[in-house]
Design a protein around this ligand. Structure first.
Ligand SMILES: *Cc1c(COP(=O)(O)O)cnc(C)c1O
Length: 398
């Protein structure tokens, strides 16, 4: 592809469309096995080489491979490896990199599934875990040890939209001889390019903005070719949580519209967040694109698109949550994010702490200082800002 093409141009180019009769869209290949040679690829995952032909669908398939190449290109990485879901990408990477005696430093607030997995199962495998507020560089510095193998952050973090300075944490990790993994699902490649800031691995739940249509689960890890070849052999093939060709094909279909969708999500989110900031029933709106975000300077410096996620607190939140679920018409009361539909969900601090986070007192205090007794997580869809604002306004009325 031409080096100087804008990302919008690159995303609509097919892989090999220069021959006469070549399809402009990527074909969907649904085959679980591929013709082999007796002296070709060996039977074990360990025999898999960089240039091996397709062999069995748990190793790799053409449609998924096309998606991997395009996601690597989009992130500015050497290669990418897709998984069946964002969680499969996260657990696959952690189980590959960490073993007994290894030390992990992880953000105190990250995707609930990741927080629960690390706190429970990963510790059971003998991995030492330090859970720290990675938005505070002094905490990261103090947590690093000679045995630290990985620093894991999520920015902006789900659900409270706190940011971590990727460049600064990458420098600290490098000094300590540790790798850095960044879950950038909320930012998307349109907002943040962690590899360019010094990260070793970028993770996305493709289920969210990259898939973007609410009809496919998927996950990806992007990074160096040698790292990902090892991850494929050691983790993906044996854990078996591979992405199937059909969701891969749906996600490929979504890529050309990603820049336009993200521009729309972010512009509408800024309008809705600005409206919520002045609403008498609402207080403490958190949106990285607002000047009032406590890390607005970092957001300006590191996020090229501030995405479509808003978090806010409301007076008498449990009653407001019931009213919103009953009265909202345009916005749907449902979990998840990054869809055409706007979605809202209430996350009480007590519930989040009892189940997902279980923070010790010092971290609990930091969580409460940011999220209060609970936050509404609002994922802005592709609807018109005016309709969303009217819908929220009528539903927030007592
Ligand atoms: C949803 C999400 C995940 C998990 O992705 P799934 O595809 O649902 O497994 C991981 N990280 C973040 C930030 C998410 O929002």
């Amino acid at each position: 592809m031409a080096e100087d093409w804008d990302v919008r141009t690159r995303l609509v180019q097919a892989e090999a469309d220069s021959e006469e009769g070549a399809p402009l869209n990527t074909p969907l290949v649904l085959s679980t096995t591929f013709r082999a040679q007796p002296d070709g690829v060996g039977f074990s995952a360990e025999d898999l080489g960089d240039e091996s032909p397709y062999f069995y669908a748990r190793w790799s398939t053409p449609t998924v491979r096309t998606l991997e190449r395009r996601l690597a290109e989009l992130e500015g990485g050497e290669d990418a490896l897709c998984f069946a879901s964002g969680m499969a990408a996260i657990t696959g990477l952690l189980l590959h990199l960490l073993g007994p005696g290894d030390h992990l430093v992880i953000s105190d607030v990250c995707y609930a599934g990741a927080a629960e997995f690390v706190r429970g199962k990963l510790r059971r495998f003998g991995v030492e875990v330090s859970i720290v507020d990675t938005s505070d560089l002094a905490q990261v510095r103090a947590a690093l040890r000679p045995t630290t193998r990985l620093v894991y952050i999520e920015t902006p973090c789900n659900p409270i939209l706190k940011l971590t300075d990727v460049e600064a944490v990458a420098a600290l990790a490098r000094e300590a001889g540790a790798r850095l993994a960044v879950d950038a699902t909320l930012a998307t490649p349109m907002g943040l390019q962690p590899l360019a800031l010094g990260a070793d691995f970028v993770i996305h739940s493709l289920t969210k903005y990259i898939g973007g249509h609410g009809d496919a689960l998927g996950g990806v890890v992007v990074g160096r070719r040698t790292d990902l070849a090892a991850l494929r052999q050691d983790s993906l093939i044996h854990l078996g949580a591979v992405l199937s060709p059909f969701p891969a094909w749906l996600i490929l279909r979504s890529l050309p519209t990603l820049p336009q969708r993200m521009a729309s999500h972010a512009a509408t989110a800024l309008e809705v967040a600005t409206f919520l900031e002045t609403h008498p029933r609402v207080h403490h709106v958190l949106y990285p694109g607002l000047e009032s975000h406590p890390q607005a300077e970092l957001a300006r410096r590191q996020l090229r698109n501030t995405s479509g996620m808003i978090a806010f607190q409301a007076k008498d939140a449990p009653a407001v949550a019931r009213r919103l679920a009953e009265r909202l018409k345009v916005v749907k009361y449902a979990v998840s994010l990054g869809k055409p539909h706007s979605l809202i969900f209430y996350l009480p601090t007590e519930d989040m702490q009892r189940t997902s986070f279980q923070h010790p007192p010092e971290l609990l205090e930091r969580y409460r200082a940011w999220a209060g007794d609970g936050i509404f997580r609002l994922s802005i869809g592709l609807e018109a800002p005016r309709d969303l604002i009217r819908d929220l306004d009528q539903a927030l009325k007592p």
